[in-house]
Design a protein. Structure first.
Length: 171
C-alpha cells in the first residue's frame, strides 16, 4: 500500500491486507500463507522522520522441525519502525551503530510503500525452528517413523564418544 507523505498532516491510520502473492516472491517454500497478512498501522510524520507502528497478523502453515508434519501458526506481532529521509543519512563509510539506529530505514521522495516493511517484519518474526507442539517427539533417526503417531521399537541411539565424556565430566 502506497502512502503519500504530503497528505499526512500529523497522524494517519492505515488498515489493510497484504496479498498472499506478495509473499510468493521468495524462493522459500517452507511456509505458505493461509490468509492475507492484515495490519492496522499508525503512520506519524515529524519533520523528516516518519514512524510506523501497529499490529500485524498472519496465518500460515509450516512444517514442524521435529516431525516434519505441517501445522498452522497464527503470528501476531507489533511493528515499530522509524524512517528518515535519505538525504539526512550519514555519508560516513564507517560509523558506530547504536541500538536505536537498528530500526531506522530511509526513504526517498513523497511516497512510501508499506508492503516491503510489513513483509520484512513477518519474515523476521517467523520461528527459526517451528514446533507443532512443545512435546513433539519427532522422527526416529533409525527407522524414520513419526513417534507422535506410531510407536517405535528401535533401541535408544547410543551416545557419541564426546557425549559420554561430557556426561562423565558432569557427574
Amino acid at each position: 500500500m502506497l502512502i503519500r507523505l504530503s497528505e499526512i498532516e500529523d497522524v494517519l491510520v492505515v488498515k489493510g491486507e497484504m496479498d498472499i502473492k506478495r509473499f510468493a516472491m521468495t524462493d522459500d517454500t517452507e511456509f505458505r500463507l493461509l490468509a492475507p497478512v492484515s495490519y492496522e498501522l499508525t503512520v506519524a510524520k515529524f519533520d523528516d522522520t516518519v514512524t510506523i507502528e501497529g499490529p500485524v497478523t498472519a496465518r500460515m502453515s509450516l512444517p514442524c522441525s521435529r516431525c516434519l508434519e505441517d501445522f498452522d501458526l497464527d503470528l501476531s506481532l507489533r511493528m515499530a519502525i522509524k524512517l528518515t529521509e535519505k538525504s539526512a543519512s550519514p555519508d560516513a563509510a564507517e560509523m558506530e551503530l547504536h541500538n536505536e539506529d537498528l530500526d531506522v530505514y530511509y526513504y526517498e521522495g513523497d511516497e512510501i510503500d508499506l508492503d516491503p516493511y510489513v513483509y520484512e517484519e513477518v519474515m523476521l518474526n517467523m520461528p527459526m525452528r517451528p514446533l507443532c507442539r512443545e512435546e513433539c517427539k519427532g522422527i526416529c533417526p533409525t527407522c524414520g517413523k513419526n513417534r507422535n503417531t506410531e510407536p517405535c521399537d528401535c533401541p535408544e541411539a547410543p551416545l557419541s564418544l564426546f557425549g559420554e565424556k561430557l556426561k562423565s565430566f558432569l557427574n
